[in-house]
Design a binder for this molecule. Structure first.
Ligand SMILES: Cc1cc2nc3c(=O)[nH]c(=O)nc-3n(C[C@H](O)[C@H](O)[C@H](O)COP(=O)(O)OP(=O)(O)OC[C@H]3O[C@@H](n4cnc5c(N)ncnc54)[C@H](O)[C@@H]3O)c2cc1C
Length: 485
């Protein structure tokens, strides 16, 4: 019998598990995929928004600003990439300037620090490549860029290290109220729990409806992106937004913590909760809009397109973070669209306090150990490199040439508290395959290492999700090669 079971292990579920694992509680986390951070958490703009956008007085406004204030310290503790790059919302005419003034006012009400309007000259001084058509901007120095899946993985790993039990490949299909506790059927597992937190992202309405009255529907909204090569990564040094329209924050141009340039997203109705397809029309829209902000964006240097799906609710625009009125001991953390990533540490604390308000006793543990993400060999100091090489000579064998990731780095993440089972799982943990060739060269090497270290035949290794096999069988040389390995 668990005290609390969290359904879904994106950045929201992982954050809640991380928070709860600081207390003397038995915590389970149930995830339908073969790894954590496989939903919206791995496909977004990766911005820690300052908090001037949400309407004052909403949960979204409060939790965004609180989360943004907590993020730098949390990332330092967990060794997650984070950079306070700042953001600019640019205006092209007077009506855009009126929107910026409104955002400034909202930001002040929400408690965002150091927010100010810049003139055209001041804007171009700090971001000289921008279009000279602009008339001014709203500058938010507290906005940041972050590694979103890195944060999720680090929080989930810390939770596991401190006693939380993670069930992967476990789709929650049924929940029954047994009077005093719940029984959850999740894949092949049956989990008994006193409390449930629903953090199932774009599936949160379905989980709610298993135990409580339906009161919202998720209408998924897709956002498509370009990722440009590192050669373009310093085109801008801040995150550049245009004045928002009625469909949200619009298309941004931003450096990423990994050194690339990200451009997007669109905001179009998705065909389902997992519709991450990219379209020619969507990408064209991104390109046209971005070139208005900065004519120098070189889309010929695109190395990847992807899409993420927002968990937009039909009945309200705020986050749904509440104890259910009709299911006892059931808490929703639903409709967590943007700025959900920015708000995630604050949402976790909010959920813990809601659980306490409905009877969960939380006593802080005497010991808690954060799991710091593995430092990549290329980022170590000379001394650390020497030490690492002595303890494991495989740090001297480069596997991913684009990103300079060594076999030592890969082995190190394979020994973490939530070892990756897929090639993309390795990528999300140590960046192998994130470079210009997108795993064209290192993919087969990572495949071999995964097979060897996990003692699983090559044919059973997947690229990403459960059935994304890469090999269907052996060629005549296959067996000989495998035997050599
Ligand atoms: C295009 C786009 C851009 C964005 N940009 C930003 C940004 O720059 N800054 C920001 O702050 N926010 C941004 N967001 C929002 C942010 O990405 C989300 O708020 C956040 O990732 C939501 O995390 P989550 O854990 O709720 O959802 P998810 O990451 O989707 O996690 C939910 C998990 O639940 C699992 N699950 C679902 N159903 C079941 C089931 N039945 N059984 C078991 N497990 C289940 C899923 O597999 C998934 O892993 C953006 C979102 C999008 C789509």
């Amino acid at each position: 019998m668990y005290d609390v079971t969290v359904i879904g292990c994106g950045v929201i579920g992982a954050g809640i598990a991380y928070e709860l694992s600081h207390y003397a509680l038995s915590v389970a986390v149930v995830e339908k995929e073969n790894d954590v951070a496989c939903g919206t958490t791995k496909a977004n703009s990766a911005i820690v928004h300052a908090g001037y956008d949400p309407e004052p007085g909403t949960k979204m406004a409060r939790l965004n600003v609180e989360g943004s204030n907590m993020m730098e310290g949390l990332c330092k503790k967990l060794n997650v990439f984070y950079k306070k790059a700042g953001s600019l919302v640019i205006a092209f005419d007077n009506s855009d300037m009126d929107i910026l003034k409104e955002l400034l006012e909202r930001g002040k009400q929400n408690g965002v620090k150091d927010l100010r309007i810049l003139t055209k000259k001041q804007t171009l001084e700090i971001e000289p490549g921008l279009s000279h058509e602009i008339v001014g901007s709203l500058y938010a120095p507290t906005a940041a860029i972050i590694d979103p899946w890195g944060l999720c993985i680090a929080m989930a790993q810390s939770a596991v290290l401190n006693g939380a039990k993670l069930f992967l490949n476990s789709t929650v299909g049924e929940i029954t109220d047994e009077g005093g506790f719940y029984r959850i059927k999740a894949g092949n597992n049956v989990i008994e729990t006193k409390y449930i937190v629903n953090a199932a992202g774009t599936f949160a309405d379905k989980i709610n409806n298993m135990v409580a009255k339906p009161f919202f529907r998720i209408l998924p909204v897709k956002g498509e992106y370009y990722i440009l090569d590192k050669s373009e990564g310093s085109l801008v040094s801040h995150t550049i937004f245009q004045a928002p329209g009625k469909f949200g924050k619009g298309v941004l141009i931003s450096p990423t913590v990994h050194g690339n340039l990200i451009v997007g997203p669109t905001a179009d109705a998705a065909e389902g909760p997992e519709d991450t397809s990219v379209t020619a029309q969507g990408l064209e829209k991104v390109m046209k809009t971005a070139l208005r902000s900065d004519t120098h964006v070189n889309f010929r240097e695109s190395i990847r397109n992807f899409a993420g799906v927002r968990a937009t609710a039909d009945t309200r625009s705020d986050f749904i973070i509440d104890a259910s009125p009709d299911a006892p001991r059931f808490v929703n953390a639903a409709a967590i669209k943007s700025p959900g990533l920015s708000s995630s540490p604050a949402i976790a604390k909010e959920v813990r306090s809601i659980l306490e308000s409905i009877g969960l006793v939380c006593e802080e543990k005497d010991f808690f150990t954060d799991y710091r993400r593995e430092t990549l060999f290329k980022l170590m100091t000379a001394e650390e490199k020497e030490k690492a090489l002595k303890s494991n000579p495989l740090y001297g064998r480069v596997i991913c040439r684009c990103e300079t990731i060594t076999e030592g780095d890969i082995r190190s993440v394979l020994n973490g508290p939530i070892p990756p089972v897929s090639i993309d799982g390795v990528k999300r943990r140590c960046n192998a395959g994130m470079g210009r060739c997108q795993g064209g060269f290192c993919g087969p090497r990572v495949h071999e290492i995964l097979s060897r270290e996990r003692k699983v035949p090559m044919e059973e290794i997947v690229q990403d999700r459960a059935d994304s096999y890469l090999l269907t069988g052996e060629t005549k040389m296959g067996r000989m090669e495998n035997e050599k390995l």
